[in-house]
Design a protein around this ligand. Structure first.
Ligand code: COA
Ligand code: ZN
Length: 307
């Protein structure tokens, strides 16, 4: 019997996965304000941006300046996404302490996202792992299209298990299953995460869901039931990959945190302050959908304050 955890480690990826796909490009000051609002809510892991070609993703230009201006020693683990070796070098030189490299469970996505084959992306990841060990940088790898690829169709779970086993053997600290286009269902999630937790333990495995078909929180719950306790979400449901047709926003942080809070699972995140971060995300972007939790949670929290 797998054990459901009573604490969750939550990473808000809104400042990266969220903002990369927005029509409105935010300045470094605005991006830092959003990060500060998340940190004020008690979010201890924040993916702040990516070191990618500014021609490919203009919204992520200036991530080097942003990283240089992040508060030091505030107890928050700031990470940045990298797609390749150049991204790693830029991130390291900018002072990033944790990088999120992307692996792929499908050829189509590897090709469209980074113009590499799946095998090339794996080779580059191994090289980055070596460099990072020397530089004292932590590496987390996300396996994109872990459930379905917009180009190649459904992903064979055996392939995902094989990639994860191989990279754990190569010494990677953590791997994240990314449902890039939001195509997973809770049964699939429970089966795959259950197998992975049995094989590798829950410390090594995280989950990253998109809410394209309103199954985001159900998928979080399914993985939680398997013993997974590391989850990504995005403030105000921002998000989507510019190179994955059909990808919509990540599961909203406020929805995930509200569900966990109501079930008595500890996250260390203050819901009231998280709603203020969500308001800010909506104000800054003009298009962030906002989680489903907000309409109910806002008045409910108000009532509690008055009681
Ligand atoms: N950061 C900044 N610039 C980068 C870069 C990085 N990590 N990697 C490559 N570049 C630059 C190169 O310097 C080159 O610049 P130039 O045109 O001014 O000479 C240009 O990008 C093309 O480089 P090349 O090595 O030929 O890359 P490519 O064309 O084979 O691949 C990517 C392009 C992958 C670099 C680009 O499409 C990219 O950054 N994509 C981002 C993917 C992403 O963010 N996806 C969403 C998150 S998963
Ligand atoms: Zn994503």
């Amino acid at each position: 019997m797998l054990k459901m955890n009573d604490c969750v480690v939550f990473t808000d990826v809104g400042p990266r996965d969220g903002l990369q796909n927005q029509p409105k490009i935010l300045g470094v000051d605005e991006r830092l304000a959003l990060i500060a609002a998340l940190s004020a809510a008690g979010v201890k892991h924040i993916e702040v941006g990516s070191f990618v070609s500014p021609k490919a993703v203009p919204a992520m230009a200036g991530t080097d300046q942003l990283v240089a201006r992040l508060p030091k020693a505030d107890g928050v683990n700031y990470s940045a996404l990298i797609p390749n070796r150049k991204g790693y070098e830029l991130a390291r030189d900018a002072g990033a302490r944790t990088v999120n490299m992307v692996l792929y469970a499908s050829e189509g996505m590897a090709r469209k996202n980074v113009n590499m084959s799946l095998a090339e992306a794996e080779q580059v990841t191994l090289e980055i792992l070596d460099m990072a060990a020397q530089d004292g940088v932590s590496v987390v790898a996300a396996v994109a299209t872990a459930f379905c690829c917009p180009f190649d169709g459904p992903t064979d779970p055996g392939k995902v298990r094989e990639i994860i086993a191989r990279f754990i053997e190569s010494g990677i600290e953590q791997l994240v299953l990314a449902d890039t286009i939001g195509a997973a269902n809770p049964m699939q999630v429970r089966k795959l995460t259950g197998d992975l937790v049995v094989s590798h333990g829950a410390d090594r495995i995280g989950c990253h869901f998109h809410d394209t078909r309103a199954m985001g929180v159900a998928n979080v719950f399914a993985a939680l039931e398997s013993g997974v306790y590391r989850f990504d979400g995005s403030i105000a449901g921002l998000g989507g990959c510019p190179f994955a047709p059909g990808a919509s926003g990540n599961v909203a942080s406020e929805d995930v945190i509200m569900m966990l809070d109501q079930m008595g699972v500890k996250t260390g995140i203050d819901l009231d302050a998280l709603l203020r971060a969500s308001d800010l995300a909506q104000e800054l972007t003009g298009t962030a959908p906002g989680g489903r939790a907000k309409a109910w949670l806002g008045p409910w929290l108000e009532k509690q304050k008055q009681a």
